[in-house]
Design a protein around this ligand. Structure first.
Ligand SMILES: [Zn+2]
Length: 137
């Protein structure tokens, strides 16, 4: 399994063409797992990035500045949505409210990811570990 939670590999960043926020790279594999009718999407042979700015409609964009908006996804991007029932951990179904109200949720996620039992690369639209999206405790 991937070491999605290791911060070891320096991720390349690129500014979102809409929000201007620096965004980290995401794999085409991740994108394909969250698009509606992914079979109708032709990923180009280029780098793609994930925008987690809550104010931005862009979820993914390419090095050519082509954008994939929220509406194109079949997954709600929890990190972009303020509501309490927005999912933060896609591997184990922890919502924002759940993360806030139950410290055991974070501990569980930390323990699972340490054991490599998370599936962030495909389950989380960011393609990365969800722990960074958890509210600070
Ligand atoms: Zn953006």
């Amino acid at each position: 399994m991937s070491d999605c939670c290791e911060a070891s590999s320096p991720s390349r960043k690129r500014d979102c063409p809409v929000s201007g926020q620096a965004c980290v790279e995401v794999s085409v594999n991740t994108i394909a797992h969250h698009l509606r009718q992914a079979w109708g999407w032709e990923g180009k042979d280029q780098r793609y990035y994930f925008c987690d700015d809550p104010a931005c409609e862009v979820v993914y964009f390419g090095a050519d500045n082509s954008v994939i908006l929220k509406a194109r996804l079949r997954t709600m991007v929890g990190a972009k949505e303020p509501m309490p029932d927005a999912l933060l951990c896609y591997c184990f179904g922890v919502t924002r409210a759940g993360a806030l109200s139950d410290p055991a949720a974070r501990e569980f996620v930390v323990a699972q990811t340490r054991r490599g039992l998370c599936s962030c690369e495909t389950s989380n639209p960011s393609g990365r570990c969800c722990l960074k999206d958890f509210p600070p405790n």
